[in-house]
Design a protein. Structure first.
Ligand code: FE2
Length: 164
């Protein structure tokens, strides 16, 4: 057993998130390239830059808690991103693919929101207020990214229905 205390649970969650963010940084350029709708492409590219900042923020959190966050693979995110890649096999380039990409991207955001929300609460409970507020910053970005995707989906889905 490697996780026996709240402190260890927080570190474990942080490592998971760190792995998840790094996987996302690698995956997003391919998904942006696969998108047709300019607003979707832009939303993905914006979130790529934001995600790079989230990696750096986690590194700062690692320094605050005195731990390296490397060495763990977030298997859940690996699966979510694999499903995102399946979209590229299952669809041709166009708005149907875009609608599927948004659905996949929103899975990514929701997975992250669950992780960041939990980690923030653990940090709060442990009295690590600076860590909690940094986690909260990222959580807010993930929520905003999700909301942006919902907005883009309205247009993309309507177009996809017309064209499909
Ligand atoms: Fe993220």
């Amino acid at each position: 057993m490697s996780v026996g205390t709240m402190q260890e649970l927080l570190i474990d969650e942080l490592k998971d998130l760190y792995s998840a963010e790094k996987q996302i940084v690698r995956a997003l350029p391919k998904l942006a390239k696969a998108a047709t709708t300019p607003q979707l492409q832009q939303a993905i590219l914006n979130h790529l830059e934001e995600t790079k900042g989230q990696v750096i923020r986690l590194e700062k959190i690692g320094e605050l808690v005195g731990k390296k966050l490397t060495g763990k693979t977030c298997v859940g995110m690996k699966g979510v991103l694999e499903e995102g890649s399946e979209v590229l096999e299952d669809t041709d380039k166009g708005t149907i693919r875009d609608a599927a990409l948004i659905s996949a991207a929103q899975r990514v955001e929701h997975y992250e929101m669950a992780g960041y929300g939990s980690a923030r609460e653990f940090a709060k409970l442990l009295g690590l207020s600076e860590v909690a507020s940094l986690l909260d910053e990222t959580l807010a970005e993930e929520k905003a990214a999700d909301k942006t995707l919902s907005g883009v989906a309205k247009q993309v889905n309507a177009t996809a229905k017309r064209e499909g």
